[in-house]
Design a protein around this ligand. Structure first.
Ligand SMILES: Nc1ncnc2c1ncn2[C@@H]1O[C@H](COP(=O)(O)OP(=O)(O)OP(=O)(O)O)[C@@H](O)[C@H]1O
Ligand code: SF4
Ligand SMILES: [Mg+2]
Length: 606
């Protein structure tokens, strides 16, 4: 990474010469506004990195603006941020600082009137902003501050298609507003089930086909394809003799009325049949029935018959599996395009043709009556898989929640349903936008624990957006502090809590209530986050900063490394003016009522 420049003043330029600042200044003539090119690697500013790691997410000089009637909202103005595999990276800041816009930009869900202007977003080496310059042109309206965005729908659609290759397994997101993220006209199981089919369809179809053929245990392991997507010819068309599950034993356990034992038994029976989703179905059928369990034999037998498919259903599943394999291959092509930043139109067209041919050859599966009968096993399978997913996020009544519509659920339940959806794909990068804000404290801990388990199991890189510095101290490895669309400080969590450098970070930490000082008044940062349509020139924290200097009003502070992994953007650490360089960070005392100073802030829990 770039180290601090030999003379910080080499970087200083008057505000009028800043490319980003001059971008939308009213001009006398009507002419196109050219977005600034992303910086070459050598021009990149100092970014705090963990040496020896390749980041899963690498955001470079990202600018996202909203083109409103009042003017251009510079929501992100050149941010740099990294997230590493198996680590949790926190993003903190006051409301309106651009935390959610960062997450939306990474998942490319910035909607009108917003647009990503420039920058690079690399996820495992794939540039999600490849071809961005072709997606939109920006024109000023007359001599006003208004900017019109002219989008090229062909290129926007191509970018959306490319993103489908990354979403789910590559990048998943937990939204801050679950009620807005869910479709109100579909049940929870429909929505969660669709997400699973989209990302793991091949595995689901293969599991159903194997169970139908009676292939369980070692037989399934040898007969089934090792790699999902390989030919399934080994699985016989006609079902093999079914493995007889122990129905008597199951009813006996159900009659004892002990749910823990029943759960073990239902899992045993489901494993014997080769369809794990039978486990919750049998469990919720026999739970709390007591001595009446023996009267439910016929229903248990009916549930177990679910694994047998009709000829139509078997053929339909094989057809769906073929489609899913081709779609997966198309996604792989998109992914390699973003990694190499080179188009592979020929390969993609050939695969699209195969997909179309497969659909046309079996067009009759699309007829309404046929689809309903043929897809019944998938629907039922997805319902019970959804129940298992909801159990995973500690929903107390998962069957009712799976059947419910979003408006029938409380905010916390909806939040958990969405967390289940995001975790189901076992993503490489999880963007968690205030995932625990709507939850009770006890559930919060369980959800954070769940995310931790995912991190340990799959090596997921988690970008955790939160207001709660307690949560940051507890679960994060690194922290990025955002203020008014800029990352002002970034450091490993212990380092940041022990040695906060930026006055804004110091103010945030000083505002944490402390048990060891119960009589102390809580510190506040005077003022509020500026209007991002006309943000302050120079440092955006200038109007609220107790250390503001003349240079701060004029010049935007460049990010500088202070130690190996500690980045800060503040003239206190770059400018030799007015004794600024003499400001020893650990000795800095905030002139804010009750502030304990940098040295006195609480240390993280781990
Ligand atoms: N659709 C939009 N149109 C105009 N401005 C927007 C839009 N969405 C976000 N913004 C602006 O972008 C800035 C950053 O918003 P963002 O939602 O990222 O804040 P945040 O840090 O997530 O805040 P919070 O902690 O309240 O969730 C805000 O100034 C907001 O007004
Ligand atoms: S650059 Fe100046 S105004 Fe900004 S935080 Fe540092 S000292 Fe304060
Ligand atoms: Mg937000």
């Amino acid at each position: 990474m770039a180290a601090a420049a030999s003379s910080p003043y080499q970087r200083y330029r008057p505000a009028s010469q800043h490319r980003g600042q001059a971008f939308f200044r009213p001009r006398p003539t009507r002419r196109p506004v050219v977005a600034p090119a992303p910086p070459a690697p050598t021009e990149r500013p100092a970014v705090a990195q963990t040496p020896g790691h390749e980041p899963v997410l690498d955001i470079q000089e990202l600018k996202t603006y909203f083109f409103t009637y009042d003017g251009v909202v510079r929501a992100l103005d050149g941010i740099n941020l990294q997230a590493y595999a198996g680590e949790t990276t926190g993003v903190v800041g006051e409301t309106g600082c651009g935390k959610s816009v960062t997450a939306f930009s990474v998942s490319r869900l910035i909607a009108e009137p917003g647009s990503i202007i420039s920058g690079r977003i690399l996820v495992n080496g794939a540039n999600l902003l490849w071809g961005l310059d072709k997606e939109a042109k920006f024109r000023r309206v007359g001599r006003s501050d208004r900017v019109r965005v002219i989008r090229s729908f062909r290129h926007v659609r191509a970018a959306n298609e490319r993103m489908s290759a990354v979403r789910g397994k590559g990048v998943a997101m937990i939204f801050q507003e679950p009620s807005q993220a869910m479709n109100p006209v579909f049940t929870i199981s429909d929505q969660l089930g669709e997400a699973v089919l989209l990302h793991r369809g091949v595995e689901v179809y293969e599991e159903l086909l194997r169970a139908d053929a009676g292939l369980v245990g070692p037989a399934a392991a040898t007969a089934a394809p090792v790699t999902p997507g390989e030919p399934l010819e080994q699985i016989p068309e006609a079902p093999a003799p079914a493995v007889e599950p122990d129905i008597d034993g199951l009813l006996q356990v159900a009659a004892t009325g002990r749910p823990e034992e029943l759960r073990i038994k239902t899992a045993e029976v489901a494993a014997a049949v080769g369809l794990p989703s039978l486990d919750p179905e049998l469990f919720y059928l026999l739970r709390n029935v007591g001595a009446q369990a023996y009267g439910r034999r016929k229903r248990v037998e009916a549930v177990l018959r679910r694994r047998h498919l009709s000829g139509l259903q078997r053929r339909y599943l094989r057809h769906q599996r073929r489609l899913a394999i081709i779609e997966r291959a198309i996604k792989d092509v998109y992914l390699s395009e973003m990694q190499r930043e080179r188009s592979r139109t020929g390969t993609r067209s050939r695969l699209r043709f195969r997909l179309m041919a497969e659909r046309w050859r079996h067009f009759y599966y699309g007829l309404p009556g046929v689809t309903r009968r043929a897809s019944a096993p998938i629907k039922r399978e997805m319902f019970w898989r959804t129940v298992v997913m909801l159990e995973g996020v500690r929903v107390a009544n998962p069957v009712q929640v799976a059947r419910g519509f979003p408006h029938e659920l409380s905010g916390g339940m909806l939040q958990r349903a969405m967390i289940a959806m995001a975790l189901s794909a076992e993503p490489g990068l999880l963007l968690a936008d205030e995932p625990t804000t709507a939850l009770d404290v006890t559930i919060q801990a369980q959800i954070l624990d769940l995310m931790h388990q995912l991190r340990e199991k799959v090596g997921t890189a988690i970008l955790l957006i939160t207001h709660d510095l307690g949560v940051v101290a507890e679960v994060c490895d690194r922290v990025n502090v955002m203020y008014a669309g800029v990352v002002v400080e970034s450091a490993p969590v212990k380092e940041l809590f022990r040695r906060p450098l930026h006055p804004y970070t110091q103010g945030l930490l000083a505002a944490i209530p402390r048990f060891d000082q119960p009589t102390r008044d809580l510190a506040t940062i005077p003022g509020s986050v500026p209007n991002l349509i006309r943000p302050p020139t120079g440092c955006r924290f200038y109007p609220r900063c107790p250390y503001a200097m003349p240079v701060c009003r004029e010049v935007r502070p460049p990010p500088e490394l202070q130690g190996e992994e500690h980045m800060v953007a503040c003239h206190l650490y770059t400018s030799p003016e007015e004794g600024a360089t003499a400001a020893e960070p650990t000795g800095v005392k905030l002139p804010i009522a009750g502030a304990p100073g940098a040295a006195g802030v609480p240390a993280p829990a781990h």
